[in-house]
Design a protein around this ligand. Structure first.
Ligand SMILES: Cc1ncc(COP(=O)(O)O)c(C=O)c1O
Length: 450
């Protein structure tokens, strides 16, 4: 709104007050500077979810362009899946059902739409939804719109003990659950996007079977961040553990490691048919364009031909190198853990199962991120409400295209910032102020959950 208006409407006042309140609390979201986030930025990317660096792959690009030019349909898709010819969509679904060893597959325009679609309609009256406290916003939105909105319960992140407590209590309190007349849905992510932690899927399915022997406890696994990286040919962590037959639904998204757009929900025929009838985020929207379908299909070619597995190995080797190098250096330099630390799951000896997401815990994520930015590295600060209060961090996201030299530069940058901050206790605050006045706040924008 240009110029100063004499009269502010009630709506304007209310919207402005909310934004100002966020500004004061340092949690106002802004779009990143396009110069920083573009793919030809000279900055080293420690931020995007392009884990396998496929968005820069000349092979994938050439393959995609060839397929596009040969395809009968490229532009648009003409309408909702329920209205128009979806032959290309159906072919991709058939391919993915086969690839992921699932009874059926159903495409959604995004992972967000898939979670909203599933959780808003599948739970029936009397059913219950339990979720990990770090579950993605889209699951919350789905549950809120569902018939289980008043029967939703969180358990402590990745705690099988707390999950057991929640499940036992619900079974005790709700006769329908104990008798197998109602269902319980359990929502987890196989790899958590802000923490880089893995859900203990094998223990979770065993627990569900133990507490609900009538098989009315259903696991739903969001594999948005593990798609392409884990499991045989990048089929995800459910496949890695051979649990395909023990989950009700799996979500794989195309927008992260696959450098495409869209998502697929893998489930059984009955659930798929129900979603086609009741999932509003599928019914009332234009389906993925043909070009999107071709892009997704080409990315899956990178999985089936072994390219992804090769890139994933490189990515996870880099991740192990990064944490195993940083950890002892943080300790040996007497940097207070209250200033910079690795999270507890990474603070022990070399981990066997690395993740490309590494949170650098610090109460000053914006100054650290700005410091790294000045050194040519883009790693984003993440604060409340995206993560719990007191768990601010710089989220380092590694990519197959990163090099060991990149890792060393990043480690040097983190250590240099920490040492300077220890020497000059006010530095963190000063850096933040300087940033603000230079309108470089772009480096310190709170991210929406990625
Ligand atoms: C865990 C998780 N689930 C779902 C989504 C949504 O996926 P999409 O980006 O395809 O909408 C995201 C991404 O933001 C995510 O991190």
């Amino acid at each position: 709104m240009a110029g100063i208006k004499a009269h502010r409407s009630a709506l304007e006042k209310s919207l402005e007050a909310a934004l100002e309140s966020r500004e004061k609390r340092w949690i106002r979201r802004r779009l990143p500077d396009p110069n920083i986030s573009s793919s030809n930025s000279p900055l080293v990317d420690f931020s995007s979810n392009d884990y396998l660096s496929l968005s820069n792959s000349p092979t994938l690009r050439t393959h995609f362009l060839q397929r596009l030019s040969a395809a009968p349909d490229v532009l648009g898709s003409g309408g909702s899946r329920l209205l128009v010819n979806g032959r290309a969509h159906a072919a991709l679904e058939a391919r993915l059902a086969d690839f992921f060893k699932s009874e059926t597959a159903l495409l959604f325009n995004s992972g967000f739409d898939a979670n909203v679609g599933f959780f808003s309609c599948i739970p029936q009256p009397g059913d219950v939804v339990v979720y990990d406290e770090y579950i993605h916003a889209s699951v919350h939105d789905g549950i809120r719109a569902s018939r289980a909105r008043d029967a939703q319960f969180a358990f402590s992140h990745n705690s099988v003990l707390d999950l057991r407590r929640v499940l036992m209590r619900l079974k005790e309190e709700r006769k329908g659950l104990a008798m197998g007349e109602n269902s319980l849905f359990l929502a987890v992510e196989s790899l958590y996007s802000m923490d880089g932690t893995f859900a203990p899927l094998a223990e979770i399915v065993d627990l569900l079977d133990e507490v609900f022997p009538a098989k009315n406890g259903y696991l739903v696994v969001d594999e948005a961040h593990s798609t392409g990286i884990y499991g045989p040919q990048g089929r995800g962590r459910v496949a890695m553990l051979g649990l395909e037959d023990r989950v009700l639904a799996r979500l794989h998204t195309f927008g992260k490691a696959l450098a495409a757009t869209g998502a697929v929900l893998l489930t059984n025929t009955l659930v798929r048919d129900y979603l086609l009838n009741y999932a509003r985020s599928l019914i009332y929207t234009t389906s993925l364009s043909y070009a999107n379908i071709i892009a997704g299909d080409c990315s899956f070619d990178m999985l089936t031909n072994g390219t992804a597995q090769h890139l994933s190995k490189r990515l996870l080797d880099l991740s192990a190198y990064f944490t195993d190098t940083l950890r002892p250096l943080l300790e040996s330099r007497w940097i207070p853990p209250s200033l910079v630390s690795l999270p507890s799951h990474l603070s022990q000896v070399s981990h066997q199962d690395p993740s490309p997401i590494i949170p650098i815990m610090t109460p000053h994520p914006r100054p650290l991120s700005a410091y790294l930015l000045a050194l040519g590295m883009n790693a984003r600060p993440i604060t409340w409400p995206t993560v719990p209060k007191g768990k601010d961090r710089v989220r380092v996201c590694l990519h197959a295209g990163n090099t060991k030299e990149d890792m060393d530069r990043l480690i040097d940058g983190i250590l240099a910032w920490a040492e300077e901050t220890v020497q000059d206790g006010t530095k963190a605050v000063l850096t933040t102020r300087t940033l603000r006045s230079n309108s470089l706040v772009l480096a310190g924008i709170v991210e929406s959950k990625l």
